[in-house]
Design a protein around this ligand. Sequence first.
Ligand code: SF4
Length: 263
Amino acid sequence: MIPRVEPNLELIKGPIVNTGFQAAWLKNPDGVTQGKRWNLATCGTDCHSGPGCDLCLARVKALKAQQEGKDIGRVEPIPDNLFQPLKWKNRKNAFAFPEGDPFHKGIPLSFLLTAFDIMELCPQHNFVLTTKRHKKLYKISKLKHTNVFIGVSIEGQKYLSRADALLELPNNFHKVLFLAPMLTHMVLPKKVLRGVDWVVCSPERGGQGRDPRPCPEEWLVDLIKQVKTFDSNLPFFLDMPYQEDRIHRMGGKFMEVPAALLR
Ligand code: SF4
């Protein structure tokens, strides 16, 4: 059982800086410069889909705004941002929909498919996106994109079945298992490890009036062992900024990305 928590909004002072999972870790193909955030949706208080969302910074931002009487309580598309990738210079890696779930009911399918059309028009860029609405992934199963890294976000063992829908997508997509935030010890079946191209793991973050739920080192060490024992070439990315000591104790940085993101 994963404990449900709510942020203490009274403790949150000033603007909420988005240092969240989808923001900081993705680099451009040069491996150095910060990747793009292609923000195509507002996150709302209604975006919640499981305990992994409890402390999502985008949702905390919406809750805080709601508390202040502002009306941004719903997930909604941002059409003005749709064509941004057409203007980017040089090759970029971009996180699409870093706030708000792309398969949320507030995002019309026509809008989502237009976003995929833009991705197709930009083969020089790579796009990463993730969802907790795994049952809707079939809606993109006919698309032929090869520059899209699509993932499901899984916060605990109980939610591992979200990966089934990911594995059913055609292999032109790069498939990503986002264990984020990792709230329980995870045991990954071989069929999942065989079917994905990248494993990304992120313990929950704290700060801004939020206490992260624990993710003991033993869980992380065991997860790394499972992935690397199965296939030492399967890229594993551990998103733990500012925790160099812990990372060192776990035997390495494990900030591996698929070669296709470095092309
Ligand atoms: S689905 Fe994603 S964007 Fe929406 S509240 Fe959950 S973690 Fe945040």
